[in-house]
Design a protein around this ligand. Structure first.
Ligand SMILES: Nc1nc2c(ncn2[C@@H]2O[C@H](COP(=O)(O)OP(=O)(O)OP(=O)(O)O)[C@@H](O)[C@H]2O)c(=O)[nH]1
Ligand SMILES: [Mg+2]
Length: 353
């Protein structure tokens, strides 16, 4: 963790389109959690209610002036924009105020860059970052790294955004080749059939997948109350019942509107999940927003063509206060207290039979 005072000061701006089906509040809270996970400290927030975004600057002209004042008053160093930014809006907004702009995709990629540990994970994140910069013609890297403590420009590799576009293309080609090599090596390492069945924990980020792996495998994979603590899949051998073992895989968490660049990165990492005999969809029952999270996960699973048999598990029932009732017959567990884990083991045995 960075020492507190070193964390760059950030302000957050959002346009609330007042959509009934997607209220702003939970998604903005999630966005702020990502900002904190990236290492910045939020010192100001500005939300504008509009029926549609301003085509030129996203926020209306008056709000942009307010934003400048807020930036000055709070001594902010970075501006995080919640809504999707078109290149033209990004350009105009960059001209209308002086802070470096970081959007949701750059933010998620940055959190990934900080957490990726494996060579493959690092290659994937750097590739995704370069592709995103290429396709959005983002070229203010020097500014960003000077002001923002690196957020939005930090890559797992040595590359900084200052490299010109031609060098970016060369780097993309190089990384793609390196990635293909790593993936071939991984494919060759794949265990032969006849091993224990493979079961994979999937679900939204921060729902407790790693905690559940630890509780079932008596292991100590990284657990943290922040999005994307886990990036690299880990597999542990788990005892279920007499003579029944499984290999249990922990995976990267999903998020609503996962950037395209990352869906591809996920696709490769999750390639191994294709071989899974069973998926366990873990849901955070303590989060009132779980129905939205479930919809996102379902959509991503379809996208990734993961269609195996599935168990649905509501976790964190020790603190669950959600208004949304879990469906009848759903498995309810707590990785923290161990409640419901015997029933879960039995359900896995049954599902695999
Ligand atoms: N109260 C309660 N908290 C839990 C439980 N399981 C996990 N948590 C907490 O939820 C947070 C996230 O747990 P993780 O296991 O890291 O979640 P994850 O799904 O692996 O998250 P990512 O890897 O970031 O996607 C941590 O603060 C855990 O301590 C539970 O059963 N009850
Ligand atoms: Mg995890």
């Amino acid at each position: 963790m960075m020492p507190r005072e070193k964390r760059p000061r950030a302000i957050v701006a959002a346009v609330d389109l007042g959509r009934r089906d997607r209220p702003l509040e939970p998604e903005l809270a999630e966005f702020c959690a990502l900002i904190e996970a990236a290492g910045a400290q939020i010192v100001g927030q500005l939300v504008q209610h509009r029926e549609s975004v301003d085509p030129a600057t996203l926020l209306g002209a008056g709000k942009v002036i307010e934003l400048r004042t807020l930036a000055e008053d709070t001594d902010a160093e970075l501006l995080f924009i919640f809504n999707d930014l078109r290149p033209r809006q990004r350009k105009n907004l960059a001209k209308a105020q002086s802070l470096p702009i970081i959007d949701r995709t750059m933010l998620i990629l940055d959190v990934f860059a900080q957490h990726a540990r494996s060579r493959e994970g690092k290659l994937q994140v750097e590739l995704a970052q370069l592709r995103y910069r290429q396709s959005n013609l983002i070229g203010m890297g020097a500014e960003l790294s000077r002001l923002g403590g690196g957020i939005g420009t930090r890559g797992p590799g040595e590359t900084k955004l200052e490299v010109d576009r031609r060098r970016i293309s060369m780097r993309v080609a190089l990384l793609s080749r390196a990635l293909a090599e790593v993936q071939t090596q991984r494919a060759n390492r794949r265990p032969s059939s006849g091993a224990d069945p493979l079961v994979a924990l999937v679900g939204y980020t921060n729902v407790g997948k790693s905690s559940l792996l630890n509780a079932l495998a008596k292991s100590d994979a990284l657990v943290a109350d922040r999005p994307f603590a886990t990036l690299d899949p880990t597999v542990r051998r788990v005892f279920l019942a007499d003579g029944r073992y499984i290999r249990l895989a922990d995976t990267v968490g999903f998020i609503t509107d996962l950037p395209d660049e990352l869906v591809n990165a996920f696709r490769a990492t999750l390639e191994e999940l294709r071989g899974a005999d069973l998926l366990i969809h873990v849901i955070d029952a303590s989060n009132p927003d779980w129905p939205r999270q479930v919809r996102s996960v379902e959509a991503i699973l379809v996208d990734l063509e993961l269609t195996q048999p599935r168990l649905t598990v509501f976790n964190k029932i020790d603190t669950a206060t959600s208004d949304h009732r879990e469906p009848e017959g759903a498995l309810r567990v707590s990785a923290r207290t161990g409640q419901g884990l015997d029933a879960l083991r039995a359900a896995i045995v049954e599902a695999l039979a």
